[in-house]
Design a protein around this ligand. Structure first.
Ligand SMILES: *Cc1c(COP(=O)(O)O)cnc(C)c1O
Length: 392
C-alpha cells in the first residue's frame, strides 16, 4: 500500500485478515492471546514479533490495524494508539521528559494540554517556557541548548492561529530539541508535518478520525525508534492504550476520513466567505480567507483553511448566546470534527477555567463562537447561521 495514494491507503492500509478472510476489518475484542505451549509463552515475553500479541494493553490486532493505517496516511514510520487525545499528549511528553529538562511550549493550547505543561510537568522538575506560537522571535529567544522539546498546536483552539511548523522545527533542531505537534485542527488529511520537520505528531482521534462523535481515542506518531523505545514502554506500562473496540470504530472512520474532511473544509470556506462582513459580526476568523493574517502560511502548510472557523459577534456574550440558541441544524456541544456541525462558546465552556486576563491574551472574547463544520449540505448550514444571526 505504501506506493498508493492517501485515499486508497485509508481504505486498505494495515488490514489484517483472520482465517475467515472477512472483507470488513474484524474487531478482536480480546485482552489476551492463547500460547501453543509454555515455551512459546516464555519466548514471546522475551521478544514478541510484529504479529505476536501478549496483552491488549501492549497491543492488539485491531489496534495494530488502526496504527498502521494512520501511520501510512501521516507518512510516519510508526504509531502508538492511545485511550484519548489527552493520553496521547501526556504520553508523548512524559515519555520523553525528565526532571531538569527544559520544554518550550506555545501558550495558546487546549485547556487540558495547558494543564499538563503548566501544572503537571513543573511538578516533576521540568522547566517550561511559554511563548506566543506565531512569533518566531519568541521561539528563537526561548529555545536553549538544554531544551529537550518544543510543543505546540499547529492550529490553535479556538482562535485558529497557526504555528509555522517548518520554521519552528528549524529553530528547535538547531539546538537539538525534538518537535512535538498537537495536530488536531490541521487534520491528518491536510498535514504534511513530518516533511515540514515535526518529530512527534499527536492526534485526538476523537475528532475528525472517529468523525461521528462515538469514541474517545488518540495517537502518537513518529520514527519507529522513538515510538517503540520511548513512547511504547511508557504507554503500555501506564495504561493509556486504545481499546480494540475504539480501534475498530476508528479504523472504519479512517476509511471515509479524506472524503469527510475535504467536504467539511469546502463548506467551511464557503461559510466563511458568506459571513465575512456581516453587520452582526465583528470578525470572521478562518485561515482560508485572504483576510486571515496567516492566510499565506495556511496555504503553504496545509493547502486548506481547515474545517473550523470562529466568528465574533458584535454584541458580546448576550449576542453569542442568542445566536447559539437560535440555531436549528447546528447543535451546541464541544466536540469537533464531527459529521454534525457543532457550535461552542469557548469563554463559558472549554476555556472557562482560564482567567479573564488569560482569555483576553488569547483573543477569547465573550462574543467569540467556534464552529466545527460538519458534512451537512453547505447551503442549509449557511441559511441556519444567517437565520440565527437575524434573531440576534
Ligand atoms: C480534543 C483535543 C485534545 C484532547 O483530546 P481528547 O480525545 O478529548 O482527550 C487535545 N488537543 C486538541 C487540540 C484537541 O482539540
Amino acid at each position: 500500500m505504501k506506493d498508493k495514494k492517501p485515499r486508497t491507503r485509508l481504505v486498505h492500509g494495515g488490514t489484517k485478515r483472520s482465517q475467515w478472510n472477512e472483507v470488513s476489518e474484524a474487531i478482536f475484542l480480546t485482552q489476551g492471546f492463547v500460547y501453543d505451549s509454555a515455551e512459546q509463552a516464555e519466548q514471546r515475553f522475551i521478544k514478541s514479533g510484529p504479529d505476536e500479541y501478549i496483552y491488549a494493553r501492549y497491543g492488539n490486532p485491531t489496534v495494530a490495524m488502526f496504527e498502521e493505517r494512520i501511520a501510512m496516511l501521516e507518512g510516519a514510520e510508526d504509531a502508538f494508539a492511545t485511550a484519548s487525545g489527552m493520553a496521547a499528549v501526556n504520553g508523548a511528553l512524559m515519555s520523553m521528559l525528565k526532571a531538569g529538562d527544559h520544554l518550550v511550549s506555545a501558550r495558546a493550547l487546549f485547556g487540558s494540554c495547558l494543564y499538563i505543561v503548566e501544572d503537571i510537568l513543573p511538578r516533576f522538575g521540568v522547566e517550561v517556557t511559554l511563548v506566543d506560537g506565531a512569533d518566531l522571535d519568541q521561539w528563537r529567544a526561548a529555545v536553549r541548548p538544554d531544551t529537550k522539546a518544543v510543543f505546540f498546536e499547529s492550529m490553535s483552539n479556538p482562535t485558529l492561529e497557526l504555528v509555522d511548523v517548518q520554521a519552528v522545527s528549524e529553530i528547535a533542531h538547531a539546538q537539538g530539541a525534538l518537535v512535538v505537534v498537537d495536530n488536531v485542527f490541521s487534520t491528518p488529511v491536510f498535514s504534511d508535518a513530518i516533511a515540514q520537520g515535526a518529530d512527534v505528531i499527536i492526534y485526538s482521534s476523537t475528532k475528525h478520525i472517529d468523525g461521528q462523535g462515538r469514541t474517545l481515542g488518540g495517537v502518537i506518531l513518529g520514527t519507529r525508534d522513538h515510538i517503540r523505545k520511548v513512547v511504547e514502554p511508557y504507554m503500555k506500562h501506564t495504561g493509556g492504550s486504545m481499546s480494540p473496540f475504539t480501534a475498530w470504530v476508528q479504523v472504519k472512520g479512517l476509511e471515509t476520513l479524506d472524503l469527510r474532511v475535504r467536504a467539511q473544509a469546502q463548506s467551511a470556506q464557503a461559510i466563511a466567505e458568506a459571513l465575512e462582513g456581516h453587520a452582526k459580526l465583528k470578525k470572521v476568523i478562518y485561515p482560508g480567507l485572504p483576510s486571515h493574517k496567516q492566510a499565506a502560511l495556511a496555504q503553504r502548510q496545509l493547502g486548506s483553511g481547515g474545517t473550523m472557523l470562529a466568528i465574533e459577534l458584535a454584541g458580546g456574550k448576550e449576542a453569542a448566546f442568542a445566536f447559539l440558541n437560535a440555531l436549528d441544524v447546528i447543535v451546541i456541544s464541544n466536540n469537533l470534527g464531527d459529521a454534525k456541525s457543532i457550535v461552542t462558546h469557548p469563554a463559558t465552556t472549554t476555556h472557562q477555567r482560564l482567567s479573564a486576563e488569560q482569555r483576553e491574551t488569547l483573543g477569547i472574547t465573550d462574543g467569540l463562537v467556534r464552529l466545527s463544520v460538519g458534512i451537512e449540505d453547505t447551503d442549509d448550514l449557511i441559511q441556519d447561521i444567517l437565520d440565527a444571526l437575524e434573531a440576534v
